[in-house]
Write a protein of this length. Sequence first.
Length: 197
Amino acid sequence: MTIRRPSRSRWGATLVIGLGVLLAGGGCSKGRTGSPIGSGAELPDQEVTDFVLTETDQGRPQWTLYARYAATYQAKNLVVSRDIRVDFFDDKGARSSELTANSGEIQQQTRDMTARGNVVLQTTEGTRMTTEELHFSNDRQRITSDRLVHVDRAGDVLEGIGFESDPNLHHFEFRTQVHATVSGRPGTLPAPRKARK
């Protein structure tokens, strides 16, 4: 099950209609047996297993999200998912990084995402980032975290709080409490940039 949009300027209506069709289709359940948001919370409007959502820009994939389970909450414009993986793609359409997490949330209108629990972002170039919570701005194509973040490349490790980067970890910044462990090999980890104010 995949939703695609023809261009960035027309994706809003396509997402709302497409997501409704997707969740009303096969593999969905209207049964109100439980809520992934937590005990006592509202029950989902729709549920689906083996959920796939693809974001494109003029036919070129930007990212694809896979989840074993997803539930929609129409009043909140929210999709809550479990056991997620997000593949990010570069400008040429090749997969450039992979994000995994225990759970996630997707805002239906903006397509912004939040990943929680054992969050790992691994690039095809070998850089690995780990944290407990990560936010992705779809419009800006930026990932951020206010939690402790570890970035590891070929044995060199940087960690800090207040992290911002592109999904490929090419240009990243820490705001505070930056610590580095360098293996001594030149040219491995770039120095982190100070966050812009």
